[in-house]
Design a protein around this ligand. Structure first.
Ligand SMILES: *[C@@H]1O[C@H](CO)[C@@H](O)[C@H](O)[C@H]1NC(C)=O
Ligand SMILES: *[C@@H]1O[C@H](CO)[C@@H](O)[C@H](O)[C@H]1NC(C)=O
Ligand SMILES: *[C@@H]1O[C@H](CO)[C@@H](O)[C@H](O)[C@H]1NC(C)=O
Ligand SMILES: *[C@@H]1O[C@H](CO)[C@@H](O)[C@H](O)[C@H]1NC(C)=O
Ligand SMILES: *[C@@H]1O[C@H](CO)[C@@H](O)[C@H](O)[C@H]1NC(C)=O
Ligand SMILES: *[C@@H]1O[C@H](CO)[C@@H](O)[C@H](O)[C@H]1NC(C)=O
Ligand SMILES: *[C@@H]1O[C@H](CO)[C@@H](O)[C@H](O)[C@H]1NC(C)=O
Ligand SMILES: *[C@@H]1O[C@H](CO)[C@@H](O)[C@H](O)[C@H]1NC(C)=O
Ligand SMILES: *[C@@H]1O[C@H](CO)[C@@H](O)[C@H](O)[C@H]1NC(C)=O
Ligand SMILES: *[C@@H]1O[C@H](CO)[C@@H](O)[C@H](O)[C@H]1NC(C)=O
Ligand SMILES: *[C@@H]1O[C@H](CO)[C@@H](O)[C@H](O)[C@H]1NC(C)=O
Length: 485
């Protein structure tokens, strides 16, 4: 009897979740790292996306608020204050060189208060997936997608728009290329301001289960905000690495007697800036505790410490999820911190947990049910495991295998299936790999790829264990996702 009830409940649940979405559709993984871009000799950090026919390759920075995907037009840098403009826009889109480009004045912009002006048009997007260093990238074509070509402005307009009304996500879902409007992001640290080497990734219609660990925490999107991802911060704790019992809360009025008692505050997640922007009083407490002073080396008002500090800053959200900024991020070699100065009486302006925060966090968004999930990012994952993110499903982290599990298995299907089977996502993963292989490789390449992947997986399992938390900058700028050792 009980089992019948269970069975019926399960059937109803399954029926509900499969009505609108085909959750067997594999996700599209687009990596984020430095690479050659169209019309610039400088390798630039961003999402590997091309536009037009033939493809003009770009490195686009993901935005969590902008809805349109945009490119710098030919003359963008004629009159822009963007530093090193010609080599800082993630590429240049020469529309006259694309045979699939169609201008469209009738389209209404979905973005208000944009920091650049541009014109909307339609063209083909090339979403590149590049897993393994020795293999070429494969591509997913998104035809007739709405793009914005920027003509004037003072920021980098090379942006993947992942706001609430993201056109890329809408078009991918409408054309059946992904299961639903779900998306996950790890921004990485391989760009100059962060000074790290860890690369990021986008997963459209899915998440990379190898990119996060531990519990996932669910939050509701604030659909009325330009930045729909907001969380409540209830505490911020600074810990000296040499003395783990040295916790100091920036909210503690006994420690900071002159301060008015800080209260929990709402902060928006954004990739629009690197440093965190915290309430005035908390910023003051940070300044007094660590001896920070104003600095503008990076043009973003990040505070600089007078004396080196070897410690961490932990941000505690109201549900208990704690994100710890490690020592090498809290203060770089020049003593510059990822905390922005904040003017007095500015607490009406939004507070931001920005790129420095997201370098430690994996974000998974479900725009179908307006919720998002956060989890601790795995800094260096040698196992890329994209999984379909079905709306309303709670993402599950990939469980790292014991070394022996890898050694004892040979074929890629068996490795992935066997490893993931234990946590019940084998079918999705298997479909993904089959779909991926079928879609993106011809037969000959496929055979080579399999042999290559088998080799690489074997060498990767050596690296899975015991990886440093933060990689030194790469010795050379080889455009490879993985380096052989
Ligand atoms: C769901 O997607 C899978 C993989 O793309 C495909 O094989 C299958 O035919 C689709 N099912 C439906 C009902 O569209
Ligand atoms: C990140 O990508 C770059 C290519 O731009 C590569 O040189 C580097 O090794 C990658 N870093 C890691 C940790 O994989
Ligand atoms: C931008 O500069 C280039 C080269 O200096 C020039 O040919 C072009 O006409 C300029 N475009 C605009 C819109 O001023
Ligand atoms: C260049 O930008 C400045 C400031 O934004 C503006 O005043 C000026 O008119 C612009 N010049 C041209 C030729 O667009
Ligand atoms: C993106 O669209 C949403 C509405 O869906 C809107 O709230 C938001 O302000 C838009 N983003 C920008 C940058 O205007
Ligand atoms: C763009 O990138 C793709 C994938 O790596 C590559 O095949 C193509 O040659 C690149 N295009 C240009 C013009 O470099
Ligand atoms: C894109 O637009 C062209 C011309 O309107 C049309 O022929 C083609 O079928 C469209 N492709 C898709 C995937 O909608
Ligand atoms: C720290 O920031 C300075 C900018 O003053 C930069 O030159 C340096 O490369 C950064 N160091 C690290 C390790 O990120
Ligand atoms: C910070 O402290 C830890 C533990 O005491 C030590 O291992 C590490 O080398 C220190 N880092 C620096 C940059 O001094
Ligand atoms: C110090 O704070 C960190 C971060 O919240 C926490 O994990 C740790 O347990 C605290 N240590 C002590 C001694 O309270
Ligand atoms: C764009 O402008 C808005 C306010 O108008 C600001 O909040 C946002 O940070 C800016 N974005 C970038 C990338 O500068």
């Amino acid at each position: 009897m009980a089992s019948t009830v269970l069975y019926i409940a399960a059937t109803v649940l399954l029926a509900q979740s499969t009505v609108a979405f085909n959750c067997s559709t594999p996700p599209i993984y687009v990596d984020i790292h430095k690479r050659a871009v169209h019309n610039s000799p400088i390798f630039q950090y961003g999402s590997f996306i091309g536009v037009g026919t033939p493809a003009q390759n770009h490195s686009l920075w993901p935005s969590l608020s902008q809805n349109h995907t945009s490119f710098a037009g030919k003359d963008y840098c004629n009159n822009s204050t963007l530093k090193d403009c010609a080599d800082a826009t993630g590429g240049t889109f020469i529309t006259s060189e694309s045979t699939s480009f169609t201008g469209n004045d009738k389209l209404q912009s979905l973005d208000s208060g944009s920091n650049f002006t541009g014109a909307l048009a339609q063209d083909t997007l090339h979403l590149y997936t590049h897993y393994f260093e020795t293999d070429g990238a494969s591509q997913t074509l998104l035809e007739n997608s709405t793009v914005e070509v920027a003509s004037h402005g003072n920021i980098n307009p090379g942006i993947v728009g992942m706001g609430l009304s993201s056109t890329v996500l809408q078009d991918l879902a409408a054309q059946g290329l992904i299961a639903a409007r779900t998306y996950s992001l790890y921004i990485g640290q391989g760009f100059d301001r962060a000074g790290g080497a860890v690369n990021g990734s986008n997963t459209f219609g899915g998440y990379d289960s190898g990119r996060f660990q531990g519990d996932v925490h669910r939050y509701a999107m604030t659909t009325s905000d330009r930045n729909p991802l907001s969380v409540k911060v209830k505490d911020i704790i600074i810990t000296n690495t040499a003395d783990p019992s040295s916790n100091v809360s920036l909210f503690d009025t006994s420690k900071f007697p002159s301060s008015s008692a800080p209260t929990a505050f709402d902060a928006q997640l954004t990739t629009d800036q690197y440093p965190l922007s915290l309430p005035y009083q908390i910023t003051q407490n940070f300044i007094s505790h660590l001896g920070a002073q104003p600095d503008n080396t990076w043009g973003d008002n990040s505070l600089k410490l007078k004396n080196a500090f070897n410690g961490t800053l932990s941000i505690v959200l109201d549900d208990g999820f704690t994100v710890t900024i490690p020592p090498e991020v809290l203060m770089n070699a020049s003593n510059i911190t990822p905390i922005q100065d904040r003017p007095k009486d500015s607490d009406d302006a939004p507070f931001y947990l920005s790129t420095a925060f997201l370098s430690q966090v994996y974000v998974m968004m479900d725009f179908e049910s307006f919720s998002f999930y956060l989890a601790e990012a795995v800094q260096k994952n040698n196992a890329v495991m994209p999984i379909t993110f079905c709306p309303k499903a709670t993402p599950v982290a990939y469980v790292r295998p014991k070394q022996s599990a890898w050694v004892s298995q040979g074929l890629i299907g068996a490795v992935i299936g066997g490893v993931l089977g234990g946590i019940g996502i084998a079918i999705t993963a298997y479909c993904f790999w089959v779909g991926w292989a079928r879609k993106h490789a011809n037969r000959r390449q496929e055979r080579e790829l399999e042999a290559g992947q088998r080799r690489k997986l074997r060498s990767l399992q050596m690296e899975v264990e015991d990886v440093p938390e933060f990689d030194p900058p790469p010795k050379s700028a080889t455009p490879f996702f993985w380096k052989k050792r």
